[in-house]
Design a protein around this ligand. Structure first.
Ligand code: GDP
Length: 318
C-alpha cells in the first residue's frame, strides 16, 4: 500500500484511465486536472496548477493521438499540440520542483527501417515513417526534454516507449482510430448489418506489436518505482502479428463470417515495428494479457460502452 500523490496527466484517455485504475487499486492518490480546469497547451495554466498541487510524481499520458489516417491528415495538430503539452508539463514540473516524471512516447519515434526488434539505441539513426513523422518528432522532443532537465538540473525524469496499445477507453472512431479498435467496430457492424465483406486498409502485410493498456499501466508504474535512467526504455508485448492475422483474430472474437477485402489505396505505414523490450524484461516487468483475451475484453468493453451511442450506417464509411 503506498499513498503517493501522483498526477496522471491525460487521465481520461485510454492510457491515463488505465494508469488511474491501477494506481487507485494500489492505494495511490491520483490527481486529475480536467480540460475545463487546465488546458495543457497553455503554459501559464499548467504552471499555476502544478505549483498549487505539487504532486510527488507525474505520469505523462496526455497527448494528441490517432491512427495512420489522422496523423497523415492533421500534421499541424499532431506536432503543435504535442510539443506544447510537453514543453508546458516538463518545464512546469521542474519549476514546481516535482522531481519524478514518466513521459510516455511511442514506437513510431524509431526510424522506418530500424533493425528489428528495435532497440532503444536505434533512436535518431535514420529517417522516420512519413505518415506519422509529426507525432514522432514531437515525441522525440519529449524524450530530449526529459534528458535535458535531467542533465542540467538532475531531475529524475524518464521516458517509456510503448508499442501499439489497445483496451478499455480506446478510440473507436473509424477516421481517427488505430487499427485494432477500428477492426472491432468494422466487424461488429458488418455482422449486425449482415454485410458480406469488411474493408481492411492497406495490404495486410505490415507487422505490428500490440500490448494491452493494463499491461502498459503496470509497466509504467514499475518504471516509476524501478528505473531511473537517462535513456528511454521500451515497453512492448514481445510478439508481432500481421494486419491480416490481426483482422482474422478480431473476426473470430466478434463472430463475423464474411470476407476480408484489402484496400491498397490506403497507406500501410511502416512495414514492421516490433521493439526489443529486453531491458525492461530484465528489470522484472512482463506482459500478462494474451492478445486473444485482450481482444475479447476490448470487444466486451465496446459492446458495453460504445456501441449503443453510434449510428452504424454512418460509421462504416472507410
Ligand atoms: P500505425 O501503427 O502507426 O501504422 O497505426 P494504425 O494502427 O493506424 O495502423 C496500423 C496498420 O493497420 C496500418 O498498416 C494500417 O493501414 C492498417 N489498417 C488496416 N485497417 C485499418 C483501419 O481500419 N484503421 C486503421 N487506423 N488502420 C488500419
Amino acid at each position: 500500500m503506498s499513498n503517493r500523490r501522483i498526477w496522471v496527466a491525460g487521465h481520461r484517455g485510454m492510457v491515463g484511465s488505465a494508469l488511474t485504475r491501477y494506481l487507485e487499486a494500489r492505494g495511490d492518490h491520483v490527481l486529475k486536472a480536467d480540460r475545463s480546469v487546465v488546458d495543457l497547451r497553455n503554459q501559464i495554466a499548467v504552471e499555476v496548477w502544478l505549483k498549487q498541487n505539487r504532486p510527488d510524481a507525474i505520469l505523462f499520458a496526455a497527448a494528441k493521438v490517432g491512427g495512420i489516417y489522422a496523423n497523415d491528415t492533421y500534421p499541424a495538430d499532431f506536432i503543435y499540440d504535442n510539443l506544447a503539452i510537453e514543453t508546458n508539463i516538463i518545464h512546469s514540473a521542474h519549476a514546481a520542483d516535482v522531481d519524478r516524471l514518466v513521459f510516455l512516447g511511442s514506437s513510431c519515434i524509431y526510424p522506418k527501417f530500424a533493425p528489428q526488434p528495435i532497440r532503444e539505441d536505434a533512436l535518431l539513426t535514420g529517417p522516420l515513417e512519413p505518415t506519422n513523422e509529426w507525432y514522432a518528432v514531437a515525441k522525440i522532443a519529449g524524450i530530449k526534454l526529459c534528458q535535458a532537465y535531467r542533465k542540467q538540473y538532475n531531475r529524475r525524469y524518464i521516458s517509456v516507449m510503448p508499442c501499439n496499445l489497445y483496451g478499455p477507453n480506446d478510440n473507436f472512431d473509424l477516421q481517427t482510430s488505430h487499427v485494432l479498435p477500428a477492426l472491432i467496430r468494422k466487424f461488429h457492424e458488418a455482422k449486425k448489418m449482415g454485410r458480406s465483406e469488411v474493408v481492411v486498409w492497406g495490404t495486410g502485410t505490415p507487422l505490428r506489436e500490440f500490448l494491452h493498456v493494463d499491461d502498459l499501466a503496470r509497466g509504467v508504474v514499475f518504471c516509476l518505482d524501478n528505473y531511473d535512467g537517462y535513456e528511454h526504455i521500451n515497453c512492448g508485448a514481445g510478439s508481432e502479428i500481421s494486419i491480416r492475422e490481426l483482422a482474422e483474430t478480431v473476426q473470430r472474437a466478434v463472430g463475423y463470417v464474411g470476407r476480408l477485402v484489402f484496400d491498397t489505396a490506403k497507406p500501410d505505414g511502416t512495414p514492421r515495428k516490433i521493439m526489443d523490450s529486453s531491458r525492461l524484461r530484465a528489470l522484472g516487468w512482463a506482459p500478462e494479457i494474451s492478445l486473444e483475451d485482450g481482444i475479447a475484453g476490448a470487444y466486451r468493453w465496446f459492446l458495453a460502452n460504445n456501441e449503443a451511442s453510434r449510428e452504424p450506417e454512418l460509421a462504416t464509411a472507410s
